[in-house]
Design a protein around this ligand. Structure first.
Ligand code: AN7
Length: 364
């Protein structure tokens, strides 16, 4: 039988831009190459040309797979028998899947009671050891850092630079799809690894002459978990968007640099704006993303409303026709409780006859 070709995935596509040698093993689930979907209704609403980078279509349902394929491959190369991470849910899902793929152990440290059920299920079914701590994500990451010196144990949070290396490939894909970098890139910010990675990717392709410009980087935090916006750590972060319920981001400096070097900003959206944007996107564009991801969409809408912040880097606003890319970071199916409750959904009830079904439909 012919060996399976490993010709898909972030490492296969972008190996020359990653810290790989010929002997680095490749642990991949064919992640990346996600669609950049034009959004006619967001474009119409804003006058900009809006695209969604739909990262929920990665193998474990979030952008974390891009960084994890690189981090786990390097961990295997370095002889790790176990990887460990703190997580609000998506990092742990990705770490568990890629560790299993590599035949190594995975330990995940999670804030008890604050992980969406779909993500928790992923950690279990992919075979991780799950430890729920009485504390928040920031406590979990502190504990993981304390594992740093243990022989054979690799940390796969985004404090591991290989995670950032993998995640920067999303910028490469966007440049290749659009033919150049967009004018503005909007994304949700939690631990701030992703905004750091995107900025790195955009700069690298520009330095290589593969794009001619750099986008302004605009990050949105949840109003109850907004340390970067406030300029200081938040001790008890809270938001319905549990993925970004983070009070002391590890890549604080990376986010600050991305924003100041690009001329962008960090702003906030409320939980209600997040849930409204999530429902709007699903109901208008047929794209279901998790609450944290909807922060991008809520943010774009805010940029075009009167609530736009006084220090808006775009002055009078984003110019008509500007190319705007929103990263929607995770799939909506990971966390269905909040949107179902928010929507107050109830089926129409009918007897099991055509007449009864037609009659309730007519009345609705
Ligand atoms: C869907 O899984 O931190 O600013 O532990 O899951 O790079 O942290 C998740 C973060 C946005 C924020 N959208 O990205 C974790 C974790 C979703 C996320 C973010 C996360 P960063």
């Amino acid at each position: 039988m012919k060996p399976l070709l490993n010709d898909k995935g972030v490492i296969a596509r972008y190996r020359e831009f990653l810290p790989f040698t010929d002997s680095t093993p490749v642990v991949s689930l064919s992640e990346g190459s996600t669609p950049l979907i034009h959004s006619p209704k967001l474009s119409e609403k804003t006058g900009a040309e809006v695209y969604l980078k739909y990262e929920g279509l990665n193998p474990t349902g979030s952008f974390k797979d891009r960084g994890m394929t690189v981090a786990i491959s390097k961990a295997v190369e370095d002889g790790a028998h176990t990887v460990i991470c703190a997580s609000t849910g998506n990092t742990s899902a990705a770490a568990a899947a890629y560790a299993t793929r590599a035949d190594i152990q995975c330990v995940v440290i999670l804030p008890a009671g604050k992980i969406a059920i779909g993500k928790l299920a992923q950690a279990y079914v992919y075979g991780a050891k799950v430890v729920a701590i009485r504390g928040n994500f920031d406590d979990a990451l502190r504990i993981v850092r304390e594992f740093g010196g243990v022989e054979g144990v690799g940390i796969v949070n985004s404090i591991n630079p290989y995670r950032i290396e993998g995640q920067k490939t999303a910028s490469f894909e966007i440049i290749e799809d659009l033919g150049d970098a967009p004018d503005i890139h909007i994304l949700p910010v939690g631990n701030a690894g992703n905004i750091t990675a995107y900025w790195k990717g955009y700069r690298e392709f520009q330095n290589l002459g593969l794009s001619t410009r750099l986008p302004k980087m605009v990050g949105f935090q949840a109003a109850g978990s907004a340390p970067l916006f406030l300029g200081h750590p938040v001790e008890n972060p809270d938001t319905i968007a549990t993925a970004i319920r983070i009070g002391n981001p590890a890549s604080w400096d990376g986010a600050k640099n991305a924003v100041s070097e690009s001329g962008g900003c960090i702003d906030i959206v409320t939980d209600t704006e997040i849930l409204d944007a999530q429902a709007w996107l699903a109901g208008n564009e047929g794209i279901f993303v998790e609450p944290a991801s909807a922060a991008s969409v809520a943010g774009l809408m805010k940029c075009f409303s009167n609530a736009r912040c006084a220090t808006c880097p775009f002055g009078a606003g984003i110019r008509p026709g500007a190319k705007v890319v929103l990263t929607v970071t995770g799939h909506g199916l990971k966390d269905t409780e909040a949107p179902v409750k928010h929507g107050g959904f109830q089926p129409l009830e009918a007897d099991a006859t055509l007449d009864s079904v037609r009659s309730v439909l007519d009345k609705s």
